[in-house]
Each structure stands twice: as structure tokens, then as C-alpha cells.
Design a protein around this ligand. Sequence first.
Ligand SMILES: Cc1ncc(COP(=O)(O)O)c(C=O)c1O
Length: 354
Amino acid sequence: MSRFFSGELNTLAPYTPGEQPQDKKYLKLNTNESPFAPGNEVIKALNTSQAELLRLYPDPECTMLRKAAAKRVSLNEENVTAGNGSDENLAFAIRAFCSKDKPLAFPDITYGFYSVWAKLFEIPARQIPLTDDFRIKIEDYFNLNCTIVIANPNAPTGISLSVDKIEKIIVNNPDGVIIVDEAYVDFGAQSCVPLINKYDNLLVVQTFSKSRSLAGARLGLAFGSKELIADINRVRYSFNPYNINRLTLLAGQAALNDEEYFKYCIREICKTREWTANELKKLGFTLTQSETNFLFAKHGEKHSRDIYRFLREKGVLVRRWDTPGIEDYLRITVGTTEDMKKFIYILKSCLEEL
Ligand SMILES: Cc1ncc(COP(=O)(O)O)c(C=O)c1O
């Protein structure tokens, strides 16, 4: 830390992203990316993207992308805004809808970035414990006088809440914004987007990083009432109006227009998830009910730290945390069927040798 670093941020512990190693080729099951390349429509759009146009700034309104996104979910373009990944939309929303008097509430085990943003923006955080089986008790979220952010399905547990239950949280917090982070919703959970016309305090955040194979393009969308979206844009235009680059805009529009490939990828990932879950059970793991593109698993005898190390040495990356309550667990991204067969094969030898 330099002597110039803001004293107010002395205790800021930044978010630690999953490793993106460049030293050798790993079987990468650690950051919940898609194992599938972007579809042909995306590749075509990028190939014909007239690179010379990169000299011009992109459309700050992301008009075409927002139109395509809104149409897909029967909303208007004024109900949508775009972010540089859903991380950016989440950060803008937290900045827009929280303050010293309006803390940010979220489960104690969830996406690690929420608490980092709260700290960065000097917003009080209220962490609400999950039950022992990693579930959200909705009554804990009633009448909080907070802005609430809920990852649905939750990460890293993979467990989802029904829309009915989230609706109860929305209804019981009429004066607070409920942000539903739907990064993994396409893999089996229900989306809250259809509730947007009904509630002016609901913001839904989605990403192109998982089900749409565009983690490297950095693109996310936020859906909400016209007024909530205008508030987020107020923050966005005060920070970086050109937040989505030209190539990403093209890739995003093309991805939205290729529903068939989107559905194919999801089907494959869900099928492979179920196969992998069964294999893990046979090897002595217990798992949560995942409705995501990852599995959250704990072995009956061997510690996750040792399994993690062994796998890493053999060229397989998964994710684990030292956080109390989940330190025995591994989070394993679902890859292709071949990836997962290889993973299970290496894991078997790991369990024999440990
Ligand atoms: C729950 C959750 N929300 C948001 C994100 C960020 O996604 P993006 O790549 O769109 O910034 C992630 C990434 O892994 C996530 O797990």
C-alpha cells in the first residue's frame, strides 16, 4: 500500500476472483464459465464487425442490445440497462440504492463481492445466516429497512428459491429495493423478470458469462421499473457511459438472437451436471441440490483442502474457500461430458492416494 492510499479504505479486503492461470493448460472447473464456445451467430457477428469502427466510441445507450433483450422478456427497452458484466450492474445498483441509513442485506454465505462493494461504498452490511442446510428462511428478510441482494440460485451453494418465496420478500419490503442476482438462473431455476411490471422495488440482474458463453466479453443486463433503471443509469453516466465496447455489443445481440444454441448449451450442461452428481455420490460425496452450472460437494472422509491440492497438481482447477461453514466443500464447474469424465477419473485416483 502506498502512503497515498485513502485511509478510509485501509481495511478494504478486495474480492479474490477464481484463478485464470496462464502458465499451463488446466482442466478449468473453477470459475463457472461455459465449456462451450460462443455460437456461430456470435462468431459471424464478430468476424464482420468492421474493425475500423473501433476508432469510434460505442453507443452509450446500447440501443440495439436493450431492444433485443427487452423483446425477449416482453418488457420495454426503458426497463433494461447494460453493464460490464453483471458485477458492474450490481455495483451500480448497490451504489444507487444503499446509504448509511439503508444498509445492504444479504445471506452470510453467498457471492463474496456483495460485502466488498458495501465496504468500498462505505455502506453498512447486514449478513443474514442461512439455515444449517444452506437455505434462505424468507421470514428473516421481512421488513428489514435495507436494500436486499439475493443470488438466485445462490452461489456457491447452487440452491434456488422459488419465485413465490422471493415475491413474499418483495411484498414485505415495500420501501426497499430487492436485487435478485440471476447469474445462474438459466440452469433450472425460475426467473423473477415476469414480476417486474408488478413491483417497482424489484431489480433483476443477469449475465452473459455463464449460459451464453461470453465471460470474456463482459456483459450483463439489469431489468427493473423505468425509474429504477433510470437511477442506475444516473450512476453509470457518472462513472463510465461507454461501459460496453462495440465488439461486446455485437456479440451480445447475436447471442440473444440465437435461442437454439442457448438452449442446446443449457441442456448439455444440465445433463452433464446430473451425470457428474451421480458419480460424485458414488465416490462418497454429499451434494446440495444444484440448479446452476456447478456442483457444491463435500466428501465424507477426505478434506476438501487436500482434494483441491491434489487435483491442482494433476492439472484440474476447482474452487474452495476457508470460510467457516463451507470449508469442507468444493465448488466444481460443470464442463463438457469429456471434461467431467476426465475429472472423475482423476478424482478417483486422488481419493485412492490421499
Ligand atoms: C452470483 C454471481 N453473481 C455475479 C457474478 C458476476 O458475473 P459477471 O461475469 O457477469 O460479472 C458471478 C460470477 O461468478 C456470480 O457467481
